[in-house]
Design a protein around this ligand. Sequence first.
Ligand SMILES: Cc1cc2nc3c(=O)[nH]c(=O)nc-3n(C[C@H](O)[C@H](O)[C@H](O)COP(=O)(O)O)c2cc1C
Length: 208
Amino acid sequence: MTNILIIDSAATGEASVSRKLTAAFADQVGRHDQEARIVHRDVGRQTIPHLTEDTVAAIRGTPETPQAQAARALSDELISELQAADLIVIGAPMYNFGMASTLKTWFDHVLRAGVTFRYTAAGPEGLVTGKRAIVVESRAGFYSAGPGAAMDHQEPHIRTLLGFMGITDVTFVRAEKLASGAEAASAAMAGAIEQLDGLARSEVALAA
Ligand SMILES: Cc1cc2nc3c(=O)[nH]c(=O)nc-3n(C[C@H](O)[C@H](O)[C@H](O)COP(=O)(O)O)c2cc1C
């Protein structure tokens, strides 16, 4: 049985492209593997608070105030979901050349020294190992090559954060040029769905 954690982060509700794509992936897995267990965390709709002076201690130190204790409890819950998953699927819209701030707050709550990574004499070491990740990126523009590539502060950041926790088996699925006309947008969607179908079949084969 595969344990899948799907994290959506779009601020665009039902219109969200990244949410449609993560849902398509879940449907595809569900069609072929009724035993797959899917946990869905939508931080775009149920947002996670930003770290503040009151709550940063929950992640970086000892929680003392009620606010810090609540933040620690949320961090514990999010880390448990991450640790329980074999596969993490992240719906990652590009907003202002980076990831959604809602997704950044998820990372802020799960990157905890001594729990999801640790510092050693040889440098930092990720502690969330043996997992795979699929990151579905939706973007109006084109960043895979050419002049846009230098403005992609989304994919390198997400790759670094996952890698810092030890998640290095990461596949990025890009739906790009979504604002370059209907034809380009539907080609982007078709390409992403085809790639996700292939990834879903591989997951089902791995679980068999
Ligand atoms: C606030 C905001 C900022 C955006 N910034 C960018 C951007 O910097 N580059 C880009 O290519 N598209 C940008 N877009 C377009 C989104 O990437 C595109 O609409 C994509 O479908 C977002 O994913 P979603 O549909 O799941 O929300 C932006 C959209 C919004 C709402």
